[in-house]
Design a protein around this ligand. Structure first.
Ligand code: AHR
Length: 513
């Protein structure tokens, strides 16, 4: 009889259109971990319309308001996002880029062919000064990706001197002749990109040696400049790559190891960015949630060689990747951005926050008009994507104290497969305010979440939500505000319990005092 009753209740639950999730919010861990703000980094490659038309419209542009060629609307939007760092100039482009082509009078700069991205002519009108001055305008830290694939050690060592050296030397002299007196002091340097692929098709063993040589010459004996050297990391689940790098590179030569992972359904059949099916949606979520397994396993390898956790895991490319919008250049990777992308962003950032002890930097690919962009532009028009809004809602976690949130989620089921529907992460900021970010990826069912908050003695809750009528919804140049965050009334505190009603495919940020 009891068994029958239980079966009936379970059946009722599965038809009632909502899932039940429980969670427990814990006090800070003993070491008081911080969620590094650099987890919220972005990426700008010379690819399609990311730089040209996205960030930069040229000093002579009369139609689009700009400051030294940089779009003012983009600067304002990115400042609101509080972007902590910006990676440039690639990606694959970085290993074809010779920085000296992009300095000096623009009329005299040589052109090159952008061989990876559409075979278009790159006129180098946006170069080192343009990028680093733009970072100052944005209030963000530059992260320069050095050319290892087709470059020279001397070339990268010269670039470091050019942008960082305050004294008298050939490179600082050249910088001054080009109009910049003081160095920019760039801390973050990538030593190549995807060395296993477009960066040179190297083996892990070969690259580890190449890396050692480059890392030696971008610093001095004691790395007195405090340069943060990031090794080109693994492609998704290539754990051997991380193992070989961690084993063969002395800790004195490395500050970060990268990892790239895209939420792509199938590299040969990526599917549309907007008109996707339920099955495609589920697969994308599976790929996005795979980040949990990836970081866990890469971290376990890093722990073996670096138990002190000196070296950071830097996920410097992540995001959704679909077919390009019909009629656009296939080499430009221009795609729309729907509520599906908001789900990818929400769950991925929760994963990074929850692994903040080792994941200390990450870069969404890419900032404007490319892949999972936060901004899309069309000439003088600019729109913010659902991903932008998630990044903005989550920026409360930047440099805040990590609070462990244990979630026992209801299932998001499709055909015979299941994924956890709800994910979350939490932190306490410097003012003592607690924030919880929650995502329900279930596209059909709401989720009732009961969170035990006894450890934090919380009394009041308010929040914001990002959701829409349909998972395929997106902002367009004609309707730019279809998806924007709204006030959230679905959370309440009763005693030690925080109850939250999360609608299907929604992202919520809660503020608790
Ligand atoms: O982000 C687009 C490309 O994806 C990058 O250039 C490359 O690093 C990766 O394969």
């Amino acid at each position: 009889m009891k068994k029958n009753l239980l079966g009936f209740l379970l059946l009722l639950c599965s038809f009632s259109g909502f899932g039940q999730t429980t969670a427990k919010l814990n006090a800070p861990t003993n070491q008081e971990l911080k969620i590094n703000k650099h987890i919220y980094g972005h990426f700008a490659e010379h690819l399609g319309r990311c730089i040209y038309g996205g960030f930069y419209v040229g000093e002579d542009n009369k139609k689009i308001p700009h400051t030294a060629g940089i779009r003012n609307d983009v600067v304002d939007a990115l400042k609101k996002l509080k972007i902590p760092n910006l990676r440039w100039p690639g990606g694959c482009f970085a290993d074809t880029y010779h920085w000296k082509d992009g300095i000096g009078p623009k009329s005299q700069r040589p052109t090159i062919v952008n061989s990876w991205w559409g075979g278009v002519t790159e006129n180098n009108s946006f170069g080192t000064h343009d990028f680093l001055n733009m970072c100052e305008l944005l209030g963000t830290e530059p992260y320069l990706a050095g050319n290892v694939g087709s470059g020279q050690v001397q070339e990268l060592a010269d670039w470091v001197q050019y942008v960082n050296f305050a004294g008298e030397g050939p490179m600082s002299k050249l910088r001054r002749a080009n109009g910049r007196q003081e160095p920019w002091k760039v801390k973050y340097w990538g030593i190549g990109n995807e060395a296993w692929g477009c960066g040179g098709n190297m083996t892990a063993e070969y690259y580890a040696n190449v890396y050692r040589k480059y890392a030696t010459f971008v610093s001095d004996w004691n790395n007195t400049g405090g340069i943060y050297r990031i090794a080109s990391g693994a492609n998704s689940g290539d754990y051997n790559w991380t193992e070989v790098l961690m084993k063969n590179i002395p800790k004195s030569l490395i500050e970060g190891v990268a990892l790239h992972h895209y939420s792509v359904i199938d590299w040969n059949k990526k599917g549309p960015a907007t008109d996707f099916s339920d099955e495609q949606y589920f697969t994308t979520m599976k790929r996005a949630l795979f980040m949990e397994e990836l970081v866990t396993k890469h971290i376990a390898i890093m722990d073996k060689y670096d138990p002190e956790k000196k070296v950071a895991l830097v996920v410097d490319e992540w995001g959704g990747w679909y077919d390009v919008e019909p009629g656009t250049n296939p080499g430009f990777l221009y795609q729309q951005n729907t509520m599906r992308d908001a789900m990818i962003a929400g769950v991925t950032l929760n994963i990074f926050n929850n692994h903040c002890e080792r994941v200390r930097m990450a870069n969404l690919a890419q900032a404007i008009n490319v892949l999972q962009a936060v901004i899309l532009t069309d000439e003088e028009k600019m729109i913010l994507t659902p991903t932008y809004h998630v990044m903005e809602m989550y920026n409360v976690h930047q440099d805040a104290t990590f609070l462990p949130l244990e979630v026992k989620s209801a299932d998001f089921a499709f055909n015979n497969e299941k994924l956890p529907a709800v994910s979350g992460s939490a932190s306490r900021d410097q003012q003592g305010v607690t924030h919880i970010t929650l995502v329900n990826i279930d596209s059909k069912k709401a989720n009732d979440i009961s969170i035990d908050v006894q450890a934090l003695k919380l009394k009041s809750v308010s929040g914001r939500i990002l959701t829409s009528k349909s998972i395929q919804d997106h902002n367009t140049f004609e309707k730019p505000n279809t998806i924007t965050p709204a006030n959230f009334k679905g959370a309440s505190i009763k005693g030690n319990n925080l109850n939250v009603k999360l609608p299907p495919f929604s992202v919520v940020v809660l503020e608790l005092k």
